[in-house]
Design a protein around this ligand. Structure first.
Ligand code: NAP
Length: 235
């Protein structure tokens, strides 16, 4: 049985991915800031802290063996007018979204290289495709994740490792609902559904299904791709 690590797996999209991969027969360890205490495969780790990632991964390896699947779903959004973004805000958003992805990939890569097989899926954002006002730090970080995905796919393909990104758009999670409550969505969820071609909000399961396919053996010829899952909001 293969071992997968899902960051941000205690909530929303990451939780949906962890549940799906468990259902598909993977051992799935979750790394999150506030892991579910009832889940004995959930570990507390801040993805901006290489020491915490290393400690969590050592515990995962001791229990489940080498990690050959990594889904980077931990993320932090930000809403501020560009001129109001303090450098500390900018750094924090890049740190969690982009640097966290860097640290986690570096930490699991030796296992994948040893195995001669690996799957990395980075959860970016449809905002990297369309742009988004008041989210320039977030959009910059998510765009960089797409670039990282493409570059790494070329570098790691010869080692049997695929690297893809899934940019979600408008998925029903605690992050999105908090933004709605804070009136940061530019309208209600219902308003957005009317503007979404498939006329519904996305679910964590929509993203999980795409990740599950990219991780499967039969997706081995797909790498360096940015697979939008957004109900047609970005084409
Ligand atoms: P969510 O429900 O807030 O889940 C994100 C998870 O990441 C939370 O459990 C959060 O923990 C965790 N996390 C945050 N900072 C972390 C850190 N430094 N170290 C470890 N874990 C950390 O949000 P979501 O909507 O599922 O988002 C998942 C991913 O999809 C994110 O990368 C997000 O940017 C991306 N995304 C979502 C949408 C959408 O429509 N929902 C659209 C585009 C992109 P805490 O809750 O304890 O902070």
């Amino acid at each position: 049985m293969k071992t997968a690590v899902v960051t941000g797996g205690a909530s929303g999209i990451g939780l949906g991915i962890a549940q799906r991969l468990r259902g598909d027969g993977f051992h799935v360890a979750v790394l999150d800031l506030n892991p579910d205490e009832d889940d004995d495969l959930a570990y507390r780790a801040d993805v901006t802290r290489p020491d915490e990632i290393a400690a969590a991964l050592n515990a995962v390896r001791a229990k489940l063996g080498p990690v050959t699947v990594l889904v980077n779903a931990a993320g932090l959004e930000g809403f501020k007018r560009f001129q109001s973004i303090a450098f500390a805000d900018w750094q924090r958003v890049l740190d969690v979204n982009l640097n966290g992805t860097f640290h986690c990939i570096q930490a699991v890569l030796p296992d994948m290289l040893d195995a001669g097989w690996g799957r990395i899926v980075n959860i970016s954002s449809s905002s990297a495709h369309s742009g988004q006002p008041f989210m320039s730090h977030y959009v910059a970080a998510k765009s960089a994740i797409n670039g990282l995905t493409k570059a790494l796919a070329l570098e790691l393909g010869p080692s049997g490792i695929t690297v893809n990104a899934v940019p979600p758009g408008f998925i029903d999670t605690p992050m999105l609902r908090k933004s709605e409550q804070a009136r940061l969505l530019g309208g209600s969820v219902e308003d957005h559904i009317k503007r979404t071609p498939v006329r519904r909000i996305g679910t964590p399961q929509d993203i999980a299904a795409t990740c599950a396919f990219l991780i499967s053996e039969e997706a081995g010829y797909i790498t360096g791709q940015i697979i939008g899952v957004n109900g047609g909001r970005n084409t």
